[in-house]
Each structure stands twice: as structure tokens, then as C-alpha cells.
Design a binder for this molecule. Sequence first.
Ligand SMILES: C[S@@+](CC[C@H](N)C(=O)[O-])C[C@H]1O[C@@H](n2cnc3c(N)ncnc32)[C@H](O)[C@@H]1O
Length: 359
Amino acid sequence: MFTISPRASSSLYTETSVTFVASGMSSTALFSSNPSSPSSPTGRLTMVGAGPGDPNLLTVAALHSISDPEALVISDRLVSQEILDLVKGEVRVANKSPGCADKAQNEIYTWCLGGLAEGKHVVRLKIGDPFVFGRGGEEVLKFRGMGVEPKVIPGVSAVFAAPLLGGIPVTHRGVANQVVMCTGYGREGTSPDLIKYHPDQTVVFVMAVGRLRELSRKLISMAGYPPDTPVAIVEQAGNPGQRTIRGNLVDIADKAERENVKPPSTIVVGDTHIYAEDMTDEMCSSAITISQEAFQMNVTKGKVYATIAAHIRAGFDKSFGRGWNCVVGRSFGAFVTHEIKTYMYFTVVPGVYILLWKA
Ligand SMILES: C[S@@+](CC[C@H](N)C(=O)[O-])C[C@H]1O[C@@H](n2cnc3c(N)ncnc32)[C@H](O)[C@@H]1O
């Protein structure tokens, strides 16, 4: 049970109360689950991660909270309608559109404190995971500064769910063994520092579609990324309008513009394997077996990649009908476009990639 005291509610928007809490504790203590006990218990506050939008990706704890008939749910604008439809009590949606985020944030605090003062179970519903680029930590400090200790329920973050739903593993043995998550926008619209290129790394960007052109350019010119590094944009992951746009650092901004990509979208940069949905499990495992065979037979004889590709294509035509194409090379993100629905991008030899597709 988390409560608010009358003293705390009177110091509603004083930044000093937040600063006091933030500077008076170690970072470990900031998020301790053992707050000091407030004096006048009234309502309680639960901060809930809603996941990327599909109600099936809510945690059981999240579902319990939002379907509490007594709850006042204060939701972020990007939470999907399907999830809001599960709310049994009252729901209010914050209008956090660009340009009025601070005003909306203050409105959120007012709504929450109003509900708590009335003794309600206030559910602060946030997209994804509350503590991943969601101001969840800031809100906890703010509420704590007001004398309220929220219970926090984690959510499935778009950082990991969006790539997966778009068919992209963020790590893959032999291809990527590190994942970095970044935002496209820092505080007050600044551009965060870019992390240097590392071939074994996948970088996932959120809140970055509006900056995609600048970001791609900077990744090449300032962070050492090869221009043909594969990039995918997963838009509306887990929602009915989900789609994935693929390209590389040179062409992805044009493609995004042409396809009119909009937030919420997550951008995945790196060499991780990309499996298209249309490839069956049997096709995927055959592709690996045939390719291993092709490399064994041809590399020992000193044959070039084109011969290996021809071997793989012939093997696939034989097993799955004619019409397959294959290229083998060091990197060719440019070939991976969203127009191709049936393909597999993979490797059986470190650093050498195989793109197998049916046009
Ligand atoms: C303010 S951040 C919040 C991230 C959230 N806390 C999380 O853990 O997923 C919002 C960004 O998350 C990403 N995002 C959230 N939901 C998404 C979805 N359904 N599909 C793709 N990206 C999504 C987008 O990059 C969006 O701009």
C-alpha cells in the first residue's frame, strides 16, 4: 500500500522536494522498495509498464492493475486502444504530444495526486517498460518527493520486443554479442553522443525516426559505421499496423520518407540475422545445412563466393522449387529490402553473409 500525506500534497510542484530526495540518497537507495512510512494513508499508486501495445504482451501483474474496477488509470498517449479497452475503472490519457510534454507531465502529476487524495488506486500506465526511456525513474523521484511511494511493475520494452516482432534477434551467436540501447533525442532536443562502431554489436534506437537522416549520416561519418550496415525500422510493433522497413545506413532515410514511417518506431542497426516470416522452419534449417555443405565443398577448392552462392541456389531450387536467388559476400545490407518477403540473411562462416531469397 502506497500513500500520500497532506503535507506532501501541499508541496506539489516544488522541484526542491525532488532535488532533496535525489541528492540525499545513494543511487541504490533511490529505487529501494522500502520507503519510509507516510503518516496519513489514503490512496495507493502503481506504475505499470504496458509493453509495446499488444494486450497479449501485458504481464499478469499489469493486467490485474489496469482491470481493477476501483482504479483510476492515468495513461501515456501511446498506449494502445486495445490495452485501454481492458481498463474497468476510469481512464485519462495524457496529451504528451511534441511541444507540450512538460505541461502534460504536470497534468499527469495533478491527476495522480487528485486520485490519491480521494483514496483511489491510481495506476500510472506507461508504454513499454517504465524505466526504459520513459521518465519512469523521474516520476518515481517526483512522487517520492511528494510523499508517495509507487509500486513499479516492469513491462516488455519496445527496445527488445520491437526487433523480435520484426523478426530480428538483437543478439545472435557469431554475429552480435552486445546490444546498446540509445535514444535519438537527448534532454531538450539535444543529440546524444554516438557510440563507436563495433562489428559484433546491435544498436537499438528509440525516439529516433524524426532524426533518422541525420543519425544515419553521423553513424557513418562520425562513428565509423560501414555505409552498408543493415538497418531495419519496426513501426507499430505488436499493433495491427505493424510493418518493417529494411535498408542500410545510406538508403534507410529515403525509404522511411517514401514509406511515411511514423512513431512509434524502433530502429535496429547491425548485422544480426534477419529471418523473414515467410521462411518455414524447414527452409531455415535446410538453408544452413546446404550452405555449410557449399562452403565445405568449394572453399577447400579455392572457389569464389559466386560459386558458393550458385551451389546454395541450386540446392534450394531442388528442395523447394525453382525461383531462388542467392548472394554471398562480406556485407550487403543494401539487398535487404522490404519488397522481398521470402528471404533469409544469415551466416555459417564468421564475417561472410548469405542472402537467400525468392523474388
Ligand atoms: C518514450 S520511449 C518509451 C520507451 C518505452 N518505455 C519502452 O520501454 O518501450 C517511446 C519510444 O519507444 C519506441 N516504441 C514504443 N512502442 C513501440 C512500438 N509498439 N513499436 C515500435 N517502437 C515502439 C519508439 O521508438 C517510441 O518513440
